[in-house]
Write a protein that binds this ligand. Structure first.
Ligand code: 6CS
Ligand code: FE
Length: 300
């Protein structure tokens, strides 16, 4: 008997051999309209053009303090010391990220359904949404290692089976973001181009890639071309500010050698009309603590 797998059309081929040319993305970044939520038309237009939007003061100082305590609590929780959701830094062993935090923290689950967050996610994606991934990034002082240039969608498509770029990330700063403590850098407008990456996905790739990614990153040549075309901007801002960014925007961060940590809560919303299928370029899907397969829409 021949086993056939139902294949979904692959509009964004990646993890190829040899060379592949970047191409223009067919799908929009903004799927909703002004009357669908809190963002005005100008904000939506700028999100479509740049691939990201900054909302200053999304959380009040008191809320920031509450979430900061929550991060501290999670990092000290003995029950999590052997948990696979806790990713440590490659060299120092300090906590780098904790995944699936909406299951570990009631407070963070509430944040995902807070109107300030949920209504924007729904408006940008033009539909009901669910959480594809949640994590907290600690980015400790001195030892915090950056993330090399990448598009999240490239990985979510290849390794998680996300069909098209109809997902948006909300990164909420819990510490002040300076230009010097490992802040996120983005190439405005880069989300309009899909950059296929070279190289086959290794088995259990996530075990390395969440610390240091080597497969699923564009070549230096492509990054150079994109930087020339789009330039590079950095997200700086006070604790409590939020960065909304399209799943295909090219971004990365440097190491943090300052004493100041750069911690954030990272929530990824996907449209319920874009639920995951089989990975497009990996033998096995990643575990559900990284790529949620419970597609129930978030409600208040
Ligand atoms: O692999 C992932 O899904 C994640 N990795 C990075 C470097 N960014 C986004 C996402 O959380
Ligand atoms: Fe990323």
């Amino acid at each position: 008997m021949v086993l056939t797998r139902t294949r979904v059309q692959d509009s964004y081929p990646t993890r190829v051999r040899g060379e592949a040319e970047p191409f223009e993305r067919v799908h929009p970044a903004v799927w909703g309209q002004e009357h669908d939520g809190p963002c005005d038309a100008a904000t939506l237009a700028s999100h479509e053009a740049n691939g990201f939007t900054i909302v200053d003061g999304l959380l009040s100082p008191a809320e920031v303090q509450g979430y900061w305590q929550e991060l501290t609590r999670l990092s000290r929780d003995e029950r999590l010391s052997d948990d696979e959701r806790v990713i440590t830094e490659k060299y120092s062993g300090e906590i780098r990220s904790v995944f699936e935090v909406h299951e570990l923290s009631e407070l963070i689950a509430e944040l995902a359904s807070d109107p300030r967050v949920l209504d924007r996610a729904r408006q940008i994606l033009g539909s009901e949404v669910y959480l594809h991934q949640s994590r907290v990034n600690y980015m400790p002082g001195f030892e915090g290692k950056g993330f090399y240039w990448h598009s999240d969608f490239e990985t979510w498509h290849a390794e998680d089976g996300m069909p098209v770029p109809r997902a948006v990330s909300c990164s909420i700063a819990l510490t002040d973001n300076y230009p010097f403590n490992g802040g996120l850098m983005l190439m405005p407008g880069s989300h309009r181009t899909f950059v296929p990456c070279v190289g086959e996905t290794p088995e259990h790739h996530y075990q390395d890639s969440l610390r240091e990614q080597e497969i699923g990153v564009p070549s230096k040549h492509q990054i150079t071309k994109m930087a020339a075309e789009h330039g590079i901007e950095q997200f700086t801002g006070a604790a409590g500010s939020a960065l909304w960014f399209d799943c295909n925007v090219m971004h990365g961060s440097g190491n943090n050698i300052t004493p100041y940590p750069r911690s954030n809560i990272f929530l990824v919303f996907n449209s319920v009309e874009n639920t995951l299928v089989e990975p497009f370029a990996a033998d096995q899907p990643r575990p559900t603590f990284i790529a949620n397969r419970d597609f129930v829409p978030i409600t208040r």
